[in-house]
Design a binder for this molecule. Structure first.
Ligand SMILES: C[S@@+](CC[C@H](N)C(=O)[O-])C[C@H]1O[C@@H](n2cnc3c(N)ncnc32)[C@H](O)[C@@H]1O
Length: 218
């Protein structure tokens, strides 16, 4: 299964029935926001970066999709209300993740849902560091670019409460402390499998990480 197909299936299962009002926080160039719009949702794509949203806008126009685009901070979402707030690979990069989680709950309609699409990106022990360095070396040698961004510097990672966690537990606890209820988690094996198929063998083994969806109710 290709990555887009795997993610489409994840969204179909995790989001409410379409058409729902969906906020994609840190939407970037719109990979998931556009998939959600294709599934029939009314999507608002929020991102700090005008440049990223400009790419998302262009892609939406090419695919004949209508979305709302908002430039702004994750912790200051548009008022909504939304039936679902989702994010992929953004929450762990925030210095105050609980503040953002609480803000997202405040813009949810009654019965609204949180959908976090994340992974355990490793710990900070010596074995994990060795694995990261080996993966970086393979990327350089094989000239494989990152599909997201270069690794964060050490001092930046140290200030992020959810960075480099080897377990989803701290994220689950942050979600609960921010007031979300019925918090559940599901491993995304199709996404992991699709990722393995699309990268060079050694790199995919070195960078293989558990992916999961955390879903909760407002
Ligand atoms: C790793 S990318 C993920 C993009 C998209 N969610 C995806 O999965 O394809 C992170 C995105 O979050 C955005 N971002 C990071 N911090 C943010 C913040 N505090 N508020 C809004 N957007 C933020 C970045 O500009 C970037 O587009």
């Amino acid at each position: 299964m290709r990555k887009a197909a795997a993610w489409r299936r994840v969204l179909r299962e995790a989001l409410p029935e379409p058409p729902a009002r969906v906020l994609d926080v840190g939407a970037g160039t719109g990979a998931l926001a556009l998939l959600a719009a294709e599934l029939g949702h009314r999507v608002t794509a929020l991102d700090l970066s005008e440049g990223m949203l400009a790419v998302a806008k262009r892609k939406a126009a090419q695919r004949g999709l209508e979305l709302d685009f908002v430039v702004g901070r994750a912790a200051e979402p548009p008022p909504g209300p939304f039936d679902a707030v989702m994010e992929r690979h953004v929450l762990w990069t925030l210095p105050e993740p609980e503040r953002a989680l609480a803000a997202w709950r405040s813009v949810c309609a009654p019965g609204g849902r949180l959908v976090l699409l994340e992974g355990s990106w490793g710990g900070d022990g010596p074995l994990e560091r060795a694995r990261e360095l080996a993966a970086e070396a393979v990327r350089r040698l094989r000239r494989v670019p990152h599909d997201h961004h270069a690794p964060y510097p050490e001092e930046v990672l140290a200030a992020l409460p959810l960075a480099r966690r080897s377990s989803p537990r701290p994220m689950l606890e942050a979600v609960r402390r921010a007031g979300w209820r019925a918090v559940r988690i599901k491993r995304l094996r199709d996404v992991e499998w699709a990722q393995l198929q699309q990268e060079p063998r050694l790199l995919s083994l070195l960078e293989h990480r558990p992916r999961y969806a955390i879903v909760a109710d407002a």
